[in-house]
Ligand binder design. Structure first.
Ligand SMILES: [Zn+2]
Length: 447
């Protein structure tokens, strides 16, 4: 018997705005590996990284695959060919591919993955990491994809979700997708909250399908394998899809907004949270965006809440002294604006009392007293009762001590949906007997 090797395969940044997509490449590679009788050791990973870096492709998603095989060299060779064939390098993609032929992923690999979630990592740092750790790597374009490729194989989940992504039959590529909205609506009703972000009731829009020319037909996100398979089976459309693959993912986990940002060294393009007190009250800017400042350890940080998030109302009701936790990404300073935190959520931890001084009320007549003149006290005009000073009146706050998250239409891949707040999926065991990958027999027959 030939010896078996464990091979970790990671790749990223193969897609472009004009059609190619990293998960489609994964679909092709899984199909090939199945034909090669490679043994899968886990679901493929679909890992979203820091959404606040400037050169991200559409979703900044990387893929990792873990297999056992007796012919790793042939497989590596073939996968390199796949990357070259299916990457949109001429359209600005900068693919990175890594192989790691070891059973266990060392702990510092996952630290690299954590960093890639929250910071900007240079491709040089990624190259150095690959060299020092015995990773075989292939870069095309400028090689920026190496960061995600390493981050994906090293990713360790403390919470995860699944996404079933279905792909279009090649004969339908470029044609308009026609997915019946009603079926998606019904699917959501039948499977929510085990599936999520499928249909936006407020905007009456389906969220499972991309609009561009890429080969993704639709994707169903959910809490486990059963729910995404069930959800996908309920989606109806005018065309049949080619097949699907289910990914284990960090989508919907809010993983990029867990670390406390260093307010003394607020790095541009980093993501994270800051807990601080409101020091500059909110101002509503042209376009409806809300700007305010918080202070932590005597450092003042300017925060911006953009109109499309749907939480500008909340932000505009903040008051000086409120203690809040905000999560978001740091925008780079430029000539026109200073460094600013783009807020993705607000958690109100402590509300300052809103009070003002008013004339006292006559206890008997329940009427507000009139001033008798400067420092002369107050008098009830009805019964003549007097009182010496003004009193404090509580004005109810219009916001509550709770978490405020963006509306569905402003969600990013990593945004934790409201129903997932406090939910943690411990890593669900891989079950290869389940249909996590499938190709329909109607392939290439068109509609
Ligand atoms: Zn009175």
């Amino acid at each position: 018997m030939k010896p078996n090797y464990i091979l970790h395969i990671g790749f990223d940044d193969t897609d472009s705005r004009n059609g190619m997509c990293t998960t489609f490449l994964a679909y092709k590679i899984v199909e090939y590996l199945k034909k090669e009788h490679a043994e899968f050791l886990d679901y493929p990973y679909l890992i979203r990284f820091n959404p606040n870096i400037p050169w991200k492709t559409r979703g900044n998603g990387a893929v990792a695959i873990k297999i056992k095989t007796d012919r790793p060299d042939a497989i590596k060779k073939k996968i390199i060919e796949f990357i070259k064939k299916y990457s949109a390098t001429n359209e600005g993609a900068n693919p990175g591919l890594v192989f790691y032929q070891q059973e266990k992923i060392p702990k510092h690999f996952s630290e690299f993955g954590q960093l890639a979630l929250c910071q900007l990592i240079s491709r040089n740092a990624a190259r150095k990491f690959a060299l020092q750790n015995g990773l075989e790597s292939v870069c095309l374009g400028n090689g920026q994809g190496l960061v995600g490729a390493i981050g994906a194989i090293g990713y360790s989940f403390d919470d995860h979700t699944f996404e079933l992504i279905s792909y279009r039959n090649e004969s339908n590529l470029g044609k308009k997708r026609e997915i019946f909205k009603e079926s998606v609506k019904k699917m959501q009703e039948a499977t929510f909250p085990r599936t999520f972000n499928s249909y936006d009731e407020e905007k009456d829009r389906i969220l499972i399908a991309p609009h561009g020319p890429d080969p993704v037909f639709f994707g169903v996100r959910g809490e486990n394998l059963d729910s995404v398979i069930k959800g996908a089976s309920l989606v109806q459309a005018t065309e049949k899809f080619d097949g699907y693959v289910v990914f284990r993912s960090n989508q919907g986990t809010g993983a990029h907004l867990k670390n406390e940002l260093d307010v003394f060294n607020l790095k541009p393009f980093s993501s994270g949270i800051i807990t601080g007190k409101v020091v500059d009250e909110p101002k509503i800017e042209l376009g409806g965006h809300v700007i305010f400042s918080i202070s932590k350890d005597s450092q003042k940080i300017k925060c911006a809440v953009y109109k499309p998030t749907g939480i500008t109302q909340t932000a505009s009701k903040l008051m000086k002294g409120d203690l809040i936790k905000v999560g978001g990404g740091v925008r780079k300073a430029s000539q026109n604006h200073q460094r600013i935190l783009n807020v993705e959520f607000i958690e109100v931890l402590k509300l300052q009392k809103n009070q003002k001084t008013v004339n006292p009320v006559c206890q008997q007549c329940k009427k507000r007293m009139k001033s008798k003149g400067k420092n002369q006290g107050f008098e009830c005009v009805k019964c003549g009762k007097t009182f010496s000073h003004k009193i404090l009146q509580q004005i109810p706050r219009e916001i509550e001590k709770r978490l405020y998250v963006p509306v569905l239409s402003a969600h990013r891949h990593l945004t934790r949906p409201i129903q997932r707040i406090g939910k943690l999926n411990k890593k669900i065991e891989f079950d290869d007997s389940r249909k996590w990958f499938h190709i329909y027999s109607n392939r290439n027959s068109g509609e």
